[in-house]
Each structure stands twice: as C-alpha cells, then as structure tokens.
Design a protein around this ligand. Sequence first.
Ligand code: GLU
Length: 423
Amino acid sequence: MKAPEKRGESMHPYKIVEIQFEETMRITGITYSEKKDLLFPFREVTVEVPVRMDNGDIEVFVGYRVQHNGARGPMKGGIRFHPEVDLFEVRGLAALMSLKTALMDIPFGGAKGGVTVDPSKLSLPELERLTRKYTQRIGLILGPFRDIPAPDVNTNAQVMAWIFDEYSKAHGFTPAVVTGKPVPLGGAPGREEATGKGVAFITSLAAKDFGIELQNARIAIQGFGNVGSNAAKFLHQMGAKIVAISDVNVALFKPDGINIPEAYEYYRKNRTLKGYEAEGVEVLDREDLFKIETDILIPAALGGAISKEKNVDYIKTRMIIEAANSPITPTAEKILLERRVTIVPDILANAGGVIGSYFEWVQNLQEFRWEKEEFFQRMENILRKAYTSVLDLSKREGIDLRKSAYAIAISRLAEAERLRGSY
Ligand code: GLU
C-alpha cells in the first residue's frame, strides 16, 4: 500500500509515520509483522458528497474517513475541509491520532476524515448541506463507541453541531458521537481553547527543561486559526513575548512583542490579520515569519510547513513546538536535529485538543458537566505525565523527542493488540 509522494520532499504524513515506525522498532521491540499490522489502517471509506449549490447546480465533492486503529478504544479524530485533502493525507493523519491517543493514555484509537473542498468558496447554507451529506454517507461507521469525529482544519463547533444533528436524526439523540460541539449542545467548556492551551502548557514545560526562560524568549507563531491564536493568547498570559504571528495573508513582526489580546480581537472580528495596524508592527510576507530569529518557533497551520525546499536553511531557532500535525518534513527534521534544535512532536504538543474531546465525550456519556477549571486542571495533568515520560525515555535512550513519543505510543498499541488477541 504505497502512498504516492506527489508532494515532493514535503511527503505525505503517512510516509512520515512509516519512517518513524521503522526507526523506533529497536526501542519498542515490536516484530516486523506487528509493525505491519499496526501501520495498516483498519478501515477506509471514500464517499461521494453531492451538494445542491445556491445557484441550483449540483456539485460533487469527495469525502474520506479513515479508521486507523481501535485496539485501545473507539476511533477518534478530526474532520478537515481543505482543497488539498486526499486519501493519503487522511490516512497519515489517522495514524497520528492512534499514536496521539496512545501517548496520552486516553481510551481511544485513531481516525481522521476530510472533504476535498475550499470552504471559503461556499456560502453558509452550502457548507451546512455539504456537512450533512458527508455525515449521512459516513454515518454507518460512526458512533459513540465506534468512531467519534471532532474539529480540524477549517471545521468548527457549528460544523460539529450539524454532524451531531444529522447523526441523531438516524440514531436518536447522540451528543457523544462527535466532540467540539457548541457548549449549549453538549460541548465542554474549555474544549475550544484546549489545543492552544495545551500547546502553551507544553511550551512552558519544554522551555524550562531545555534552558529557555519563557519570559524573555522570542516566540514566533505561524498560523492564527483556533490553535495558533489560542496558543498565542495563553503564552502571552504566561508573560511570554510573541514577536511574530502570521495567517494565510500576512505576517506581523514586532521585536519587543505584539499586543496579542488586541491582535486576537482584530482577528476574531475580521477573520484575517491583514489590515491590523499598531505602532512598531511591521507587516511582512507570511513566509518571512520563518526568517525571524527566535528562541521558540510554533508552526500552527498545515502539514509540511517547514521543509528543505521552502525554508529550513534560514530558520534560526532553538526549539520548535509542533502545534500543527506533521508540520516538518523528515529531511528538514534531520537538518534541524543536526543543528541541535529541540523539536517537540505534534502527538505531544497538540494533544490538548483530543484530551479535551475525551472530557467532552465522558461528560456526554454521563450527562454531566464539569467546570472549566476542572477541565484544564485534568488536561494539564495528562499532558504533564505524557511529557515527562517522553523526556525520560529520550534521555535514557539518547533519542530525540519524536522517537521517544512514538516508541511509547507504539508499545501501548502493540500491547493492546496482543492482549486482545486480534489474530
Ligand atoms: N483534530 C484534532 C487533532 O488533530 C482533535 C481531534 C479530536 O479531538 O478528536 O488532534
């Protein structure tokens, strides 16, 4: 099952996961057959998503849901709407989810879904019809104890509300079938900020352990969607200086720190950073963010953002926190590791989101709601435990943090498969 490497050096995430599996075999002690079994996805579904457009035409989109592994619990993972979504990307991201939930030791497996579409070109009613049709088509394989979607790139609480509603039409009231819902519909207070808050928390732990003083650190964040903007907000609250931020249009740079609450408000209102003006803020091309010398760089947009082709040669930083899924290509990673840059991998750095989803699911099943403080406290406990185990193993084995995180996750997956006796 070979994924075409049509993205050149940036490579599909599935290929990247495969490479990491190979490289951690020595530490995990898994057999070659176990590796093959763990890598191979459990089930993949491709669906036609025909949508009546506002002008009366019918447009046909393609949607996917890949369920990667369910040995440790119901499969779990987001749904993204993006023009570059394809089966191979979704497959890689689904595998990452299995690893993420295993690393966090929460009772889920991994899945991912997506529709190949540019949602910015759809009206709100078109987006709703697309979401409902996609839900109908993949609904057969979803369920609170089977597979539970959540938000990802270009999807949000409203999209989750439509999924919940559409699924409930066929199966009865089922809030636990999807997470990241609006709070009045069973969403958990804290879930929306959870990924960004988790990124900020992991950044603070890693900065301390690797000798970077957060208060004086120069931080750049690429991407200002839900994850990037919330990471910026919480890091700013911790007293960190965010010297640069960017979105799909522009990058903003201010050497003594951007006023994040102001930029956050501006972005919430205008859905772009373009046009934001403040004293001392320089407006740059979005790619120029990577040229700024920093202590901590946080890619929080799409996969493959840091590559040899694009930018690794001029990146000057001490630590990279992967808020996005799979933002660094393997070639770029090798170069960065040779330069002794610390890389905190996606399955650790951005796991606050799926931990938050776990809490939402638990609350839906119990028909009970926690306070936000409890939500964040419990989330930080899980993240801290996972972070400490990754750091300890990396020191013990003399390996980088990604290999350590993968080794822990793969060992847990293999153990669950063995105990269940799946063969
Ligand atoms: N899409 C998020 C991720 O990549 C969240 C997944 C979830 O909460 O299920 O981790």
